[in-house]
Design a protein around this ligand. Structure first.
Ligand code: ATP
Ligand code: MG
Length: 265
């Protein structure tokens, strides 16, 4: 099979996981996200890039209803997860967030042990039948997050006692422990050193085999390394969305070009 046909087959394998339709977000009177339409693919890493304040985090939070927790925030439009609107009244946001997990820029471990942080999701969602199964899920999540070796002898120590970079990897382990279908990551590597960053990037690439990953990043290098699709936001608008290689080599909008070449942002 020649390369082109192979590419086509690979593209056929990916399907739409999340479809955002006419999404608007307001904080009070301030219009933070303006009429965004985007299809996010399954088994794909999608990078959200754009200057500070353009709405990347705000839009990311619409994808698992994290904006519900901000009283002045109002979301309009539809976010379809496997075709079902997550803003529908019958959707339970807690169940939703087990399917669409999130890792924040600032690590936020619970004031619990390392073990209990990772076991939290599987416990509240009843994902394991006994202690041995839970132990296995915790170990596997910590391994995926490249933290196991550092913490395996102190699983009962508080998660808040870890270094910043370790805390972030703990939060990644906590998020992957429920085997989410979609993982949202808001600048997950900003507190990490280059080694941990490389490990997290490797994890993101592994997760892509089974899940959809959306990552907000200020690093063009990181976006180019880990993502297959890139969305460029500017002042609340989704300016351009396409294959990462195309966005970085032949952007079609002058605003994208200015940003990736370092002239704005
Ligand atoms: N909780 C909030 N209350 C009021 N306004 C907010 C809130 N969060 C964000 N905003 C505003 O919404 C706009 C988009 O912010 P957002 O945090 O989504 O940007 P961002 O692209 O993630 O920026 P950065 O790269 O700095 O993280 C900004 O004008 C910001 O001030
Ligand atoms: Mg942000």
């Amino acid at each position: 099979m020649n390369d082109m046909r192979l590419m086509e087959r690979v593209v056929d394998d990916t399907r739409i996981k999340i479809s955002a339709k006419d999404v608007q977000v307001w904080y009070g009177d301030s219009h933070a996200i303006k009429d965004v339409n985007i299809d996010i693919l399954d088994k794909t890493v999608t990078a959200f890039i754009g200057p500070s304040g353009c709405g990347k985090s705000t839009f990311l939070r619409t994808l698992n209803r994290m904006n519900d927790t901000i009283p002045i925030c109002r979301v309009e439009g539809e976010i379809l997860l496997d075709g079902e609107n997550i803003y529908d009244r019958k959707v339970d946001p807690v169940q939703l967030r087990a399917r669409v997990g999130m890792v924040f820029q600032k690590p936020n471990p619970f004031p619990k042990s390392i073990y209990d942080n990772v076991a939290y999701g599987p416990r509240i969602h009843g994902l394991t039948r006994n202690k041995a199964e839970l132990d296995e899920v915790v170990e596997s999540a910590l391994k995926k997050a490249a933290l196991w070796k550092e913490v395996k002898d102190r699983l009962t120590a508080p998660g808040t006692g870890l270094s910043g970079g370790q805390q972030q990897r703990l939060c990644i382990a906590r998020a992957v422990a429920t085997s989410p279908e979609v993982l949202l990551m808001d600048e997950p590597c900003s507190a990490l050193d280059p080694i941990a960053t490389a490990q997290v990037e490797e994890l993101i690439d592994e997760l892509r085999e089974n899940f959809s990953v959306v990552i907000v990043t200020h690093s063009m290098q990181q976006a180019a390394r880990v993502s297959q699709k890139t969305a460029f936001f500017h002042m609340g608008n989704l300016v351009e969305y396409g294959d990462t290689t195309q966005i970085f080599t032949k952007p079609s909008d002058p605003r994208t070009e200015s940003y990736i070449t370092g002239r704005i942002g």
